[in-house]
Ligand binder design. Structure first.
Ligand SMILES: C[S@@+](CC[C@H](N)C(=O)[O-])C[C@H]1O[C@@H](n2cnc3c(N)ncnc32)[C@H](O)[C@@H]1O
Length: 272
């Protein structure tokens, strides 16, 4: 095997790549699930260290961008189906599972995907192919619900005023139109994050997938989760604490490991 595998850094430059894979504690020929394959940065490191990978992503562009490797099985799916997909592909009793949550750089930087407040594009923001688009959500939701999403998922104090301006200017079709109604760049970041989390049901997906991950892990197997905002990290922290108090395993990271772009990593080991 070549020492360094081809990386797809134009698509996504992985955060905490070696650290995350260190926490997975790769065993030769061990079976690992990368629940958020993206451009395959973490997966390539797992394979370089001798693991076999089942890589999931709901974004067909990620599946196409990730290199095809003998030790990798790629599946386009939402990780809410992790348990079922793992069993279908013989990855039950996995040695380790990785979630690198959120969006890829490709998704954010490609204007046609509509994730960025900094570039003009259609109001889309779907990571996969099934959710409603950002335009559908923004143009149809009652003002109160829109404000609630911006408050809950964006933690934005001006949510009510922003929702009022959005409703007064509907229908909106582009990211530039939305950003022009928001105000400052920091508010743009929070409002776009809120809408993205809502349409992709990001917190619901993590809540649904984590118990499946624990079930699919073999005894002593490791679960590593990288998150990028406090809402996600809180869910992971609470789930790990609940499992630990039920005697289902051990939290390996007393405090989260901090990485680039505000990322936090937490690791858990299923009881032997
Ligand atoms: C931060 S990127 C992962 C990057 C990857 N670790 C790498 O090294 O390139 C997150 C990826 O997870 C995918 N994703 C996010 N939520 C998902 C979900 N619920 N189901 C499946 N894929 C999801 C996104 O489409 C995106 O490609």
């Amino acid at each position: 095997m070549p020492k360094t595998l081809p990386k797809n850094l134009n698509f996504h430059s992985p955060v905490l790549a070696t650290v995350a894979v260190d926490w997975l504690d790769i065993k030769q020929q061990g079976r690992y699930i990368d629940a958020t394959l993206g451009g395959g940065g973490h997966t390539q490191e797992i394979i370089r260290r001798g693991g076999q990978v089942l890589g999931l992503d709901q974004d067909p562009e990620a599946l196409a961008a990730c290199p095809d490797l003998d030790q990798l099985t790629k599946v386009q799916t939402n990780f809410i189906h992790l348990g079922e997909v793992a069993r279908e592909h013989g990855f039950q009793n996995a040695a380790g599972i990785l979630f690198d949550l959120g969006v890829s750089q490709h998704q954010v930087e490609e204007p046609s995907r509509g994730f960025s407040w900094q570039q003009d594009g259609p109001l889309d923001m779907r990571m996969g192919t099934t959710a409603v688009t950002a335009a559908e959500l923004i143009n149809q939701l009652p003002e109160k619900e829109l404000a609630s999403i911006i408050t809950r998922f964006g933690e934005e104090h001006q949510a009510k005023a922003i929702a009022r301006r959005i409703v007064a200017h509907r229908p909106l079709t582009t990211t530039r139109e939305l950003f022009s109604l928001v105000g400052r760049p920091d508010q743009g970041r929070r409002v776009f994050q809120a809408i993205r989390i809502a349409i992709n049901d990001e917190l619901g997906a993590v809540t649904t997938a984590l118990p499946q991950a624990l079930e699919v892990l073999r005894p002593g197997g490791r679960l590593v989760v990288i998150s990028f905002h406090s809402l996600e990290d809180r869910l992971v922290k609470q789930q790990f604490a609940a499992w630990s108090s039920l005697g289902q395993g051990q939290i390996l990271t007393a405090k989260p490991v901090l990485g680039e772009r505000g990322s936090k990593l937490r690791a858990f080991m299923k009881k032997l």
